[in-house]
Design a protein around this ligand. Structure first.
Ligand SMILES: Nc1ncnc2c1ncn2[C@@H]1O[C@H](COP(=O)(O)OP(=O)(O)OP(=O)(O)O)[C@@H](O)[C@H]1O
Ligand SMILES: [K+]
Ligand SMILES: [Mg+2]
Length: 685
């Protein structure tokens, strides 16, 4: 795991305050409208009310005989109330962590004065709350940027620590695919920017973040709904089964009280998972937030756990990404100096990291351009042409780019690329580097070696993913040889070379057509369609607004490798849910054996009392006390997730059945026996 795992930019609130608030919330949540959302707990809640009534009048539903009826019914009512409150408490604790984060975020939001540019060029001072999408504003050093936007003019550094927790300032400039979007609430610390507002007040990135961490927009995920339905059906089945007991008991001449029937029902329905289900989901989103990733929904987090295929960029994701020019390799009798000169000419307008590093290398070799830069025009790099360059004042065209692209260019100008070019191309590619051919009109002068380094530890992470059954596909605009060298070294399962932006979306669709769930990262505007198409799209915060809107997650640290962590978090969420469901259902066996003998004690089937519990009443109370206490006991596990190992779904299932299934059968026998001994020792029941 990388070091980012432990990174927590958003401090957790003070714990006792958190628990106090959660306890209050636990009682507020007793409102029937809120309780109705959780069918299992709703049944317990109804049981609480009925047993409370039976405490006041044990003969409410007919005459009942027995000792200590008031006390027994009262104790059951209290235990059931605690069961419901504990479940609400679990959810409230999970929500509370997000609320504290939301408060911290909210403190960055304050109404400010914005300088709005009017069409006539004058500036009007307006409140930030009056800004609208499309407005143009000016911000200068020291200002809090009043709204989300896209930089139209200027270069400035911006302190984004309010949202990313990262104190190093970030450079923002117009026209760049990765640095042109700004977030409202961050602070500009140098120079001036002209910004086009892209979000109305209250709809910005920080507003969305607040709503999300607060859980305001949390709706049940498909898996959660499916599980809730299953739990409700199980509850209904037990309700029906238990309603058949009174006639049988009557026939056996051992009438059973309503209180005992309710006790048995509550013991058998899956209250443990019913009580913890929503806390598990909230905690999953919270864990993602602590990784500095903003998910637009719990569904997105959950989808991470179901991912089968991970589509990853090469440059910047698998490799370090700051591809630096390392060497100029001349061909066809040209000198290194010739190549440096043409490479410089072709890069003078290129603002990409690759372009800038070529300029640095060339200038380090004292290369100079011999034309009037003001009269020349830059030809911007595009992933489609895979070239960039300069049109010279004398009509000459210098270009650099992917070797096959430059070969095509040279041929179209009547040239004939030599075998020399091929040799240089292969040499660089076999090193895993990116070769860029440099040409002027119909002549190739040489090849630039852009060095690219595989991120340390990435191979191990791909191995982990493979063990989890996740296939990795590397996608790159680079040539086949480079791609295969890097793919082999990094240990990805598959790769696609010479990929255009359209290929990305095609790869995703192909995988999806085979029923796979696909995750990908991206930052550029041309990644937006693919980010939207993917089941999990992780956009970089440094990316364009379009990419961020299309994605269902945004990484505030702009670290594409985080997708791997997200898959792990998602899987852990699903496994935690599965493990606690297994545990919850397995528990019922012990509770059944504790309560059933008590019900038929009058009929003389006390022989069923295999647990040797001290009295029928004590057995029932012990089972229900265990049933209530197991919920708060499992809150820590629900919030932090079960220990995660990179295994396939099948292996994990087997492991869980063994640990949580077997453990779930055995643990309550011991615990119930222990509670029974304790309460009978203090002379209770
Ligand atoms: N600034 C540039 N000028 C000219 N050609 C470039 C420039 N940057 C990259 N290229 C060439 O264009 C190709 C495609 O670039 P693109 O950005 O689509 O993919 P990539 O950066 O190689 O890989 P990835 O898709 O993993 O980011 C590169 O492999 C390289 O040959
Ligand atoms: K139960
Ligand atoms: Mg690229």
């Amino acid at each position: 795991m990388n070091s980012k795992i432990s990174k927590q930019n958003h401090p957790l609130p003070n714990l006792s305050g958190l628990y106090q608030q959660a306890l209050q919330q636990a009682f507020v949540k007793l409102h029937p409208r809120i309780m109705a959302k959780n069918p299992v707990m709703f049944v317990v809640w109804v049981g609480t009310i009925i047993t409370a009534l039976l405490t006041v009048n044990p003969n409410l539903f007919g005459t009942v005989t027995g000792d200590n009826l008031y006390l027994f019914n009262g104790l059951i009512a209290v235990i059931l109330l605690f069961t419901v409150v504990f479940a609400n408490f679990a959810e409230a604790v999970a929500e509370g962590r997000g609320k504290a984060q939301a408060d911290a975020l909210r403190s960055t939001k304050s109404e400010t004065i914005a300088r709005k540019l009017l069409p006539d060029g004058t500036i009007e001072q307006v409140s930030s709350t009056n800004l609208r999408q499309g407005d143009r504003i000016s911000v200068v050093a020291g200002d809090v940027i009043p709204a989300d936007g896209e930089v139209l003019e200027g270069v400035a550094s911006v302190d984004e620590s309010a949202i990313t927790g990262e104190s190093a300032p970030v450079l923002k400039e117009a026209g760049s695919d990765v640095a042109s979007s700004v977030t409202g609430g961050t602070r500009i610390i140098s120079d001036e920017l002209i910004i086009r507002v892209t979000a109305d007040p209250g709809k910005g990135f920080i507003d969305r973040m607040i709503a999300l961490v607060e859980g305001a927009e949390r709706s049940k995920t498909p898996n959660e709904i499916a599980l809730t339905v299953l739990l409700a059906v199980l509850t209904l089945v037990f309700l029906i089964v238990i309603s058949t007991i009174p006639p049988v008991a009557f026939y056996a001449n051992s009438p059973v009280s309503i209180t005992l029937l309710i006790a048995l029902l509550v013991a058998l329905i899956p209250t443990t998972i019913g009580g913890l289900l929503s806390a598990i989901g909230i905690a999953g989103m919270d864990r993602v937030a602590q990784f500095n990733v903003v998910a637009t929904s719990g569904r997105a987090v959950e989808a991470c756990g179901d991912v089968n295929t991970l589509v990853l960029d090469k440059t910047g994701t698998i490799t370090l990404g700051n591809r630096l020019a390392e060497e100029f390799i001349p061909v066809d009798g040209y000198s290194v100096e010739d190549v440096a000169k043409i490479a410089l000419a072709a890069s003078i307008f290129d603002t990409t990291p690759e372009g800038k590093s070529i300029v640095r290398l060339a200038e380090g070799m004292d290369a100079q351009v011999d034309f009037n830069i003001k009269k020349a025009t830059g030809v911007e790099f595009s992933a489609r042409t895979r070239m960039s360059g300069t049109d010279l004042p004398d009509g000459g065209e210098v270009r650099k780019g992917a070797v096959d692209a430059i070969r095509g260019f040279v041929r179209s100008r009547g040239g004939q690329p030599s075998e020399d070019v091929n040799t240089a191309y292969e040499r660089v590619s076999l090193l895993g580097g990116t070769p860029l051919a440099v040409c002027r009109d119909n002549e190739i002068y040489g090849v630039i070696y852009l060095k690219d380094i595989i991120k340390p530890g990435i191979r191990e992470r791909f191995n982990q993913l493979r063990r989890m059954g996740v296939r990795t596909v590397m996608l790159t605009g680079d040539n086949r040889i480079t791609a295969s060298v890097i793919a082999k070294e990094a240990g990805v399962d598959d790769f696609i070379a010479e990929a255009t932006p359209e290929d990305k979306i095609q790869v995703i669709q192909q995988e999806q057509a085979q029923g796979k769930l696909v995750a990908m990262t991206g930052d550029g505007t041309n990644d937006a369609p693919a980010l939207a198409q993917a089941n999990v799209g992780l956009a970089m915060n440094s990316g364009t607004q379009a990419a961020k809107e299309a994605a269902n997650m945004v990484d505030l640290d702009s670290d594409p490798t985080k997708l791997i962590d997200l898959v792990t978090i998602g899987k852990q969420l699903l496994i935690t849910r599965g493990a606690l469901t297994t545990f919850s259902v397995a528990n019922d066996i012990a509770k059944y054996f504790a309560i059933i003998p008590a019900m038929f004690a009058g009929a003389g089937i006390g022989a069923l009392n295999i647990m040797g519990l001290s009295s029928p009443n004590s057995a029932v109370l012990s089972a229900l006390i265990y049933n209530a206490l197991i919920i708060p006991a499992l809150i820590p596990l629900a919030l932090t997730g079960v220990k995660f190992r990179p295994l396939t779904a099948n292996q994990l299932l087997q492991r869980n059945i063994l640990i949580y299934g077997l453990g779930g059968v055995i643990a309550p026998f011991i615990a119930i026996k222990f509670i029974d001994v304790t309460i009978s020792a203090i002379g209770f029941a």
